[in-house]
Structure formats: structure tokens, C-alpha cells
Design a protein around this ligand. Structure first.
Ligand code: S3P
Length: 447
């Protein structure tokens, strides 16, 4: 499906609530399924990725009820050893989080399973989880012997290990920690810097023993102890709004002159909120209001007012804290004065698409000068009189690329328009994106 987005005809004003956090929604289903008792979840993200997680767990005998609008979920936990052998292949769709975290859990089950996903998933690197899990004793085989899905997993008794991960990846870390719950001793992951820590927070809330230490050299050391049982989350697990989805509206308000927008109830976990720091370093006017807790996560209302921007450098330990937001940050950088350099971000090449290539190609098509580098990109900002050419963008069926160019389209002069190919891919993480986007552009409340 093609969707055409025209430039904004007026500043963006108002309030919006974005859907629940994708990473936390996945983990709520996975850990709810392994808990003793029933888990009630509110603010669940009904994106295709999280629905893939639900479908995989249903295939392993877990009863999961969804409310009609799919924002509330009840998971009837089967306990740590209650999953049953799936009769069918476990299809993770487009979801890297489902594939990698589930591989960790499946490695320790008393049955054999086959896990796969769509065309994009079948190209994404799985060696990063197969290697440490095999070290723990797992029996995993890439069926086409290309280190990608489909994978066949024969559940085994696992051993605790210490694994020094070459990448700061929450998917790798969580996969190992979930397997570590079943191991015969402590399991430690050392990552180059702390990646998103939702798994650690949730495991702790369910009674598992998890310790995090930041080492003097900045690396993060996370240790999980073997665990006999997880207690279902007490009361209702409230999932905060996804900062990765909020990012599109924060960015829209930064691109459209005179805007003043509030995005309510957004998760601001420090391991996720790097975008706010990056934007503040570019001169953005962003404030956090009404800070409060949603379970073990912090959330706030994010207030953004349009402000002139300047280029910046983004790299190092900031990267894992804004990895999914880099495409839209690159688009906003087009309207900054001077160059923005993004480095240490080669992980972008192995996401749902090669996001460095997709962004640089797309920016160039809209008339913005950008260079691809070995581990990132350089965007040559045009400042406040940014000019955008009407064009068609190949989203590469990547939800974050589609939403990024929808937002960039708003910054064009009157009558500029960007057409997005395969725009339906937004359903992966934000099914109601275009409805919410239209309301914001039309200055209608979107609560
Ligand atoms: C995620 C971790 C990140 C992120 C992805 C979600 C998670 O991936 O890009 O969208 O929920 O753990 P990596 O762990 O591969 O960096």
C-alpha cells in the first residue's frame, strides 16, 4: 500500500498518547507465561510483533486473552516448566525480539521446536544468540546452516556461563538471562555498555535474582541466578507509552515551525531515553512533566516546543540508548544548522532493513545531502529553511523507515509530498500510526 504525506499547513499543537512499549509488551507475555498465576496487563502494544509473541506462546499451551481493542491482556501462566511442545513451527513474523528471546527460553525446555520468521528475520544474524546459548549446553541448529532462522532447538539441561558479548544488545542479553533462569549455576552477561534493561527490571519484580554492576571501564555486568519459579505480577502490569513511537511526534514538533506538543505517559527508562539527550544537545526545547512510576518503569509527559537546531555528534554509549530512534534523528538533523555525525552504529545495518542505507538513500531522494559511513552516517543539515523535494520512498518494508519519512514530509514547503511504498509495514510497531498522525497534523486531540 502506498501512502502520500503532504507538508504540514500549520504548527502542531495539542496532546497525544502513543501505544504501549514494544519491548515491555513482549516481555510481559513471555515472563507472564512462565510465571505461576495470572498476569493482567494494560497498555499492551497490539503491533504485529507482539501479536507474534502471543501466537508463539499460545502454540505452547499458554492461554492468553486479549480485550477487543487488544490493549489489555490476561496471561494464564504455566510456570517455568509448564510450556508444552508446539505442534507447529513457531513463527515470529518480523520480530527479532520474539525470535532471539524465545530461542533462549526454548533452549531449556523439555521438547524440540522449530522457530522462524519472515523474509527479513531469515536474514538477520542469530549466531549472536546461538553461540552463547550453545556454550550453556543448548542444542540449536540453523536449518540452512547460514546462522539465521529457521532454527531447530532440542531443549537441554543448561549450565551457567560468563559471556562477554561483543554487542550492547538487549536481545542477546535477555536471551541468555532467560536461559540462565534454567541453568545449574549463575549466568553472567558482560556487555560493552548497558542496553535496555526491561528484562532485568521485570525479572526482579517477579522474584528472580538479578544483579547489575557497571564496571569501572563502563561495561555492564548482569548476573542472573537459577530460578525455580516466577511469581505472577501482582495487580495490573501497566505498560508505559513507547518512547520509540513517541519519537515520531517529538521529531514532528521539532520539524514544523511554531509547534507545541505534549506526548503523555511515555516510558523514560534511562536505557531508552537517549533521544532526549541527543535532541537537547542539538538545542531542542524538550521538558519532562509529571514524572511517575508505571510498575518498575518510570514515565512522564514529554513537552516539545519548536526551536532552532544545530548539528551534533552521536556515538559511543549513547547508541544503544537510542538505537531505534536513529532513523528519525537523522531526518531531524536535516533541519539543523551544520553537520550531524552518527558513529558506532553499525548495528543499524542488521535491523529490519539496513537502516544506514535506507536513510541515506531516502534523504538523498528528498534532496538532503547525507553520506553513508562505515558505522553510521553524516547528515548535512540545511538549517531552518530546509527544502524537501517531492519523491517516492522505498521503506524497505521497515516500519521505522516508513514513519520517519512520514514525519520528514511535514517539513516540506506548501505542496511538497512524500509517497511511502509499503506503508502498511507500520503495523509492526504502531498500527494506528497514520490515524494518530493525521489527528496531530489536523490539530485534533489524540487521547
Ligand atoms: C529490543 C532491543 C533492540 C531494539 C529492538 C528491541 C528489545 O535490539 O533494536 O527494537 O526489545 O530487546 P538489539 O538488542 O538487537 O539491539
Amino acid at each position: 500500500m502506498k501512502i502520500t504525506v503532504r507538508s504540514a499547513s500549520m504548527p502542531l499543537h495539542g496532546t497525544i498518547i502513543v501505544p504501549g512499549d514494544k519491548s515491555i509488551s513482549h516481555r510481559a507475555v513471555m515472563l507472564g507465561a512462565l510465571s505461576d498465576g495470572t498476569t493482567h496487563v494494560s497498555g499492551f502494544l497490539n503491533g504485529a510483533d507482539c501479536l507474534s509473541t502471543i501466537s508463539c506462546f499460545r502454540k505452547m499451551g499458554v492461554e492468553i486473552a486479549l480485550s477487543p481493542d487488544e490493549s489489555e491482556v490476561v496471561i494464564h501462566g504455566k510456570g517455568m516448566h509448564g510450556l508444552t511442545a508446539p505442534k507447529d513451527i513457531l513463527d515470529c513474523g518480523n520480530s527479532g525480539t520474539t525470535t532471539r528471546l524465545l530461542t533462549g527460553i526454548l533452549s531449556a525446555q523439555a521438547f524440540t521446536s522449530v522457530i522462524t520468521g519472515d523474509e527479513s528475520i531469515q536474514k538477520r544474524p542469530m549466531k549472536r544468540v546461538m553461540l552463547p546459548l550453545r556454550e550453556m549446553g543448548a542444542d540449536i541448529r540453523s536449518i540452512y546452516e547460514n546462522d539465521c532462522a529457521p532454527m531447530e532447538i532440542h531443549g537441554k539441561r543448561l549450565h551457567g556461563i560468563t559471556y562477554v558479548s561483543p554487542v550492547a544488545s538487549a536481545q542477546v542479553k535477555s536471551s541468555i538471562l532467560f536461559a540462565g533462569l534454567y541453568a545449574d549455576g549463575s549466568t553472567t552477561v558482560i556487555e560493552p555498555s548497558l542496553s535496555r534493561d526491561h528484562s532485568e527490571r521485570m525479572l526482579q519484580a517477579l522474584g528472580a535474582s538479578v544483579q547489575t554492576e557497571i564496571l569501572p571501564d563502563g561495561r555492564a555486568k548482569i548476573t542472573v541466578e537459577p530460578c525455580r519459579s516466577l511469581t505472577a505480577y501482582p495487580g495490573t502490569l501497566e505498560i508505559p507509552g513507547d518512547i520509540s513511537s513517541a519519537a515520531y511526534f517529538i521529531s514532528a514538533a521539532m520539524l514544523v515551525k511554531g509547534s507545541d506538543l505534549v506526548i503523555r505517559n511515555v516510558g523514560i527508562n534511562p536505557t531508552r531515553a537517549g533521544i532526549l539527550e541527543a535532541y537537547q544537545s542539538m538545542g531542542a526545547d524538550i521538558t519532562l512533566e509529571n514524572k511517575r512510576l508505571a510498575g518498575s518503569e518510570e514515565m512522564a509527559d514529554i513537552h516539545v516546543r519548536y526551536h532552532k537546531l544545530h548539528g551534533t555528534e552521536i556515538g559511543g554509549v549513547l547508541i544503544p540508548r537510542l538505537i531505534d530512534e536513529l532513523p528519525v534523528i537523522a531526518a531531524v538533523a536535516a533541519s539543523a544548522e551544520g553537520e550531524t555525525i552518527i558513529r558506532d552504529a553499525s548495528e543499524l545495518k542488521v535491523k529490519e532493513s539496513n537502516r544506514i542505507r535506507a536513510m541515506v538513500e531516502g534523504l538523498m531522494k528528498t534532496g538532503i545531502s547525507a553520506d553513508e559511513t562505515e558505522d553510521g552516517m553524516v547528515i548535512h543539515g540545511q538549517g531552518t529553511d530546509l527544502k524537501i523535494q517531492s519523491t517516492e520512498i522505498d521503506t524497505k518494508k521497515d516500519h521505522r523507515i516508513a514513519m520517519t519519512f512520514a514525519v520528514l514530509a511535514l517539513a516540506g514547503d506548501l505542496n511538497t509530498a512524500i509517497t511511502l511504498k509499503d506503508a502498511e509495514c507500520i503495523r509492526i510497531s504502531y498500527p494506528s500510526f497514520f490515524e494518530d498522525f493525521k489527528k496531530v497534523v489536523d490539530n485534533r486531540e489524540c487521547l
